[in-house]
Design a protein around this ligand. Sequence first.
Ligand SMILES: Cc1cc2nc3c(=O)[nH]c(=O)nc-3n(C[C@H](O)[C@H](O)[C@H](O)COP(=O)(O)OP(=O)(O)OC[C@H]3O[C@@H](n4cnc5c(N)ncnc54)[C@H](O)[C@@H]3O)c2cc1C
Length: 391
Amino acid sequence: MPELVDVVVVGGGVMGVCLAYELARRTLRVALLEAYALGSGVTGSGFAWLNATSKTESDERYFQLNAEALKRYERLALEHKAENLGIHSGGTLYWARSSQPQQIAMLRRRADRLQALGYPYSMVSSGDMEILEPLVRFRPPNESVEGLFAPADKWAEPLRLIRFLANHARNHNAIIKEYCPIESFHTDTLGKVSMVRAGGAEYATRSVVLAAGLQTPALIQLLTSNPQATQAVPIKQVPGILADTAPQSAEGQARRVLYPPDTGGLHFRPTATGGLLVGADDTDALAMEGSLDAKRLNEIGRSLLVRANDWLPQLALKEAAQGMSAYLCMRSVPQDDYPIVGALPGVNGVYVAVTHSGLTLAPLLAHLLAEEIMLKQMPPQLAPYRPDRFL
Ligand SMILES: Cc1cc2nc3c(=O)[nH]c(=O)nc-3n(C[C@H](O)[C@H](O)[C@H](O)COP(=O)(O)OP(=O)(O)OC[C@H]3O[C@@H](n4cnc5c(N)ncnc54)[C@H](O)[C@@H]3O)c2cc1C
């Protein structure tokens, strides 16, 4: 006998899990089907910075969507406690040196935009910054620095977050299946989705959400047998490289997400186990150039630690480098960089939810899409992000 469910969610990354959580708490019966373990896609290996401050150059609606998503996290934390969710507040600190007028100008421009957009921030002196981050070397001799502190930004432990939300959904009657890849979809004579087969079981349903990141177009193809249908969800793969140091190797070195005045876009933050997570825009660009073997990735990881050490002079570099893992991961980025959320044109009852900045946006996008599925009405905030804009 097939299991009767209101909604099947495909994909156990942050997007799918947040959806299962939002649907289950609205008393819908949900089955979340994940091909591997929860979080084994991009979700488990990103930088997990929850922020709006990096989006000041995007369009205003998108900036406000991110700002609203941070408020959603605050509500989640009020309800479930930040430590249970693996959410770390502390904000983001950017700074620039007086010897680099271009960087000072960029910092001030970011501040002007944040002011215009109504997002909390303050300009901070080197004295303030030393209080925020006592172990960081902000100021080279004979130079002054300017800082921008955005207290509403956060960072997350993605696996802790999604495991907590998945358990909560389970407690609200959701079926959460890992190692359960989709085998087939079925539609009725009117073209409405009717059943999903996965992991040897059948789920009878009237609604399916595809939240499978990079694999979403392949699932649309499986569902429709029509390569053209995948045009509604054009996704590019954008690689990123992160260096993650061993537990306790950088205890207390950084207390929040830090953006020093590094021309290559270096950024780092603490990890929950007392390590450091480091990335940079210029090393991400190296990954675009071609395949990297383990040795090259390790060299890149070490170079990221050396750069972080410029700002964290007390970091025990040798120890940090010893247990470091450097890895490459593919972002699933919609072609125009904005989320793709809503009904898939052409197949009744099927929705898609794919986005970049998914750690930041998933709780809010999932809340909005759950409202839509429940009320059969599109929330206005989702209007710019519909799949049919690509057709
Ligand atoms: C280097 C890097 C840094 C990043 N930094 C940030 C950041 O600082 N802040 C931020 O907000 N975002 C960041 N991101 C992006 C963020 O991690 C992603 O947007 C988010 O994790 C996407 O979640 P998702 O659930 O859509 O996709 P995924 O996590 O990829 O989940 C999709 C799931 O679908 C499953 N699946 C696929 N096919 C099937 C199938 N046939 N059957 C069943 N299941 C299937 C997969 O196994 C996978 O678990 C970063 C990404 C990278 C790579």
